[in-house]
Design a protein around this ligand. Structure first.
Ligand SMILES: *[C@@H]1O[C@H](CO)[C@@H](O)[C@H](O)[C@H]1NC(C)=O
Ligand SMILES: *[C@@H]1O[C@H](CO)[C@@H](O)[C@H](O)[C@H]1NC(C)=O
Ligand SMILES: *[C@@H]1O[C@H](CO)[C@@H](O)[C@H](O)[C@H]1NC(C)=O
Ligand SMILES: *[C@@H]1O[C@H](CO)[C@@H](O)[C@H](O)[C@H]1NC(C)=O
Ligand SMILES: *[C@@H]1O[C@H](CO)[C@@H](O)[C@H](O)[C@H]1NC(C)=O
Length: 267
């Protein structure tokens, strides 16, 4: 009796999870970013660790996607690979990173399954390291065009009033910083965007021991040490992706919910 109930549950869960994996919620490509919009998030100097840096994000010159320049340094030798995400809330005034809540996930895709970087539209919008790569050394200097985040305050994927959080692999929040508006941009004026590359890593010693260590020792499981912090960030390239239909999104949302329930039953 019990066995047959369990078997029924397992069969139902298998069907639901098969549906879920083929219908993961998708984020649309953002094409109406105000030209010239420019935001900056600084990771503050802290006493608890030496992590510091910035994420500068500005509308891509054609308004399609956002050019992101990441410069993070001072990561610890232990605890990698490190992840960084846009979170759904700003940093509280006391700087406590816990208060930034969860990842920016306007299409409610959830944490599972893990982001597949070959299908960026299916990842949480705020999961930058899932889409563009973990930090596998003590620093990262990277540039890319993310087509799913937005500099348009009316867009659900708008990050301008939110925050960046850097995590160690066990999810500990190492540092966080608010995005602040450098320029809001102008939808009606098609002026060229500002600087597009060459953001330097933070330098200089801090009041605490913030000596910039450029050791490229990989702490990641992958063992790559390819991220050369002194290298010029690669030229931004626009990933190609197909936005999915609204109907597919609705189905995917329901599928994800059922999948989560099935997953919980299995535990
Ligand atoms: C998580 O990793 C950090 C180092 O990044 C370490 O200080 C902390 O103790 C770890 N926490 C747990 C719960 O393992
Ligand atoms: C982050 O921004 C919010 C407003 O959006 C502000 O209340 C908060 O003080 C800021 N946090 C820090 C650490 O400056
Ligand atoms: C940070 O905020 C969380 C709740 O959001 C709280 O549990 C934690 O104690 C706070 N940490 C510090 C150091 O204040
Ligand atoms: C990135 O690191 C996290 C742990 O920090 C790990 O769970 C995840 O699988 C890694 N992603 C990739 C693509 O290696
Ligand atoms: C500061 O950190 C660097 C490496 O990050 C280390 O070589 C140096 O000895 C440290 N200095 C102090 C005073 O702890």
């Amino acid at each position: 009796m019990l066995a047959s109930i369990v078997a029924t549950f397992l069969a139902a869960a298998a069907i639901v999870s098969a549906q879920t994996s083929s219908l993961v919620a998708s984020a649309p490509v953002v094409t109406n970013n105000p030209i010239g919009a420019n935001y900056n998030a600084n990771l503050p100097v802290q006493t608890k660790n030496a992590v510091r840096g910035s994420v500068v994000a500005q509308s891509n010159p054609d308004g399609k996607g956002v050019l992101v320049n990441v410069a993070i340094a001072g990561l610890p030798l232990e605890g990698g690979p490190f992840m960084y995400h846009i979170h759904e809330k700003p940093v509280p005034t006391d700087g406590n990173c816990t208060g930034t809540g969860a990842h920016l996930d306007p299409y409610k895709r959830g944490e599972v399954p893990a982001c597949d970087s070959t299908k960026k539209e299916t990842c949480q919008v705020g999961d930058l390291s899932g889409k563009w790569g973990n930090i596998t050394a003590q620093s990262l200097s990277a540039s890319y065009v993310d087509e799913y985040i937005s500099t348009n305050p009316a867009d659900p994927a708008y990050f301008g009033k939110l925050s960046i959080v850097v995590h160690s692999s066990n999810k500990t929040r190492l540092s966080c910083g608010n995005f602040t508006t450098i320029q809001a941009g102008d939808v009606s004026t098609l002026k060229p965007a500002g600087p597009s590359s060459g953001y330097a890593l933070p330098t200089g010693a801090s009041p605490t021991n913030n000596t910039l260590s450029l050791s490229a020792t990989a702490t990641g499981t992958g063992g790559e040490s390819a991220q050369n912090p002194t290298a010029t960030p690669p030229a931004p390239n626009a990933p190609s992706a197909q936005p999915s239909s609204g109907a597919q999104k609705v189905l995917a949302g329901a599928g994800a919910l059922m999948g989560a329930a099935a997953f919980a039953m299995l535990l």
